[in-house]
Design a protein around this ligand. Structure first.
Ligand SMILES: O=C1O[C@H](COP(=O)(O)O)[C@@H](O)[C@H](O)[C@H]1O
Length: 321
């Protein structure tokens, strides 16, 4: 993927306490449309009713997800990454239009990793010209505690592949403060979100009391991790914090911050974007419905309480379904 050289963004508000707000140049099934190459669309039930030892450790999450048992999932499977990217672009652009029409803003949360290969059509015509980018507010589902120009930075990845290509106002791109420790950066990011709730940029879910983002674009690792929530990790049971930190990530780099499970499950819309056969097994466990494992993977815990999840899979990721 072509990448624009990283340009250190200006600190427009050097004295601002909420340093994460430093501005940077950062249950209706989806119906395929004209631009959307026909995917296979499946509807399956999630399986959170299968309580496990893991769900006992994660009581809060288990309580949340148990209410989702009857919520059907919308699963779209594409022949290749190109077709997936076309469909994801239309889905995101349509949602942006709907949310901007309703409340005047669109709050979008990016993962890192391979997601940006799948988002490439959104920063090309027609969407690059038609989306109301001025209304976007951009956040990170998780971030590595490294400088923003570091190769491991999720901000840099988003900047190079997305943010540098579209006119989102710099003040509406909420990157982490990369001068802080992992603990400090998580606290700071959470304070930033709370400030944005007060400022009415973000809504709170009336059901959960956690922030309610319009769209989470969620990737998944081959081990079934989402955000920086890894299988078996105690962070999965966090039920108070909005943003927390990890210092022993099994995937490098070890220090990261991440949204917590209840924040993820308070979103209005979640797009699960998963490509490649190396991810087929966790996809099967999440969607296949016949998982005999007792411990839930993080991906199996994605179940928005009042929102909709749409799965965008390529053939490789769906190969075990
Ligand atoms: O470390 C991370 O990994 C996951 C998955 O990445 P992928 O390259 O396998 O798609 C990503 O969603 C997460 O944001 C990132 O920090």
């Amino acid at each position: 993927m072509a990448s624009t050289p990283f340009v250190a963004p200006p600190r427009l508000f050097p004295n601002q306490r909420l340093s994460c707000a430093i501005p940077f140049s950062f249950s209706t099934p989806l119906i395929p449309c004209k631009l959307n190459p026909k995917p296979i669309t499946l509807s399956c039930k999630n399986r959170y009713n299968q309580r496990s030892s893991f769900s006992r450790i994660c009581a809060s999450m288990a309580d949340q997800v148990s209410t989702q048992t009857l919520n059907p999932k919308n699963v779209q499977i594409f022949d290749n990454g190109e077709d997936l990217s076309v469909a994801l672009a239309k889905y995101t652009a349509d949602l942006s239009q709907k949310c901007v029409g309703k409340r005047g803003t669109f709050s979008v949360v990016f993962s890192g990793g391979s997601l940006f290969n799948s988002l490439k059509k959104l920063v090309e015509p027609p969407y690059v010209d038609s989306v109301d980018w001025a209304k976007w507010h951009v956040f990170w589902l998780d971030e590595r505690v490294v400088l923003k120009d570091h190769a491991d930075s999720n901000y840099k990845l988003a900047y190079d592949n997305f943010l540098s290509k579209v006119p989102i106002p710099p003040g509406q791109v909420y990157a982490i403060n990369d001068t802080l420790s992992a603990e400090g950066a998580a606290d700071d990011y959470e304070a930033c979100l709370k400030h944005l709730v007060e400022a009415k940029v973000l809504d709170l879910s009336t059901t959960t009391g956690f922030p309610r983002f319009d769209l989470l674009l969620v990737g998944m690792g081959p081990d079934g991790h989402v955000a920086s929530l890894f299988p078996g990790h105690h962070l999965l049971s966090e039920n108070q914090r909005w943003v927390t930190f990890i210092k022993d990530s099994p995937k490098p780099p070890p220090e990261r911050i991440t949204f917590t499970c209840p924040v993820i499950n308070s979103a209005s819309n979640i797009a699960m974007v998963i490509t490649g056969s190396s991810k087929a097994e966790p996809v099967r466990r999440a969607l296949g419905g016949d998982d005999e494992n007792t411990d839930l993977l993080p991906v199996q815990m994605v179940a928005p309480k009042e929102g909709e999840t749409t799965w965008f899979l390529d053939k490789g990721a769906a190969s075990k379904l």
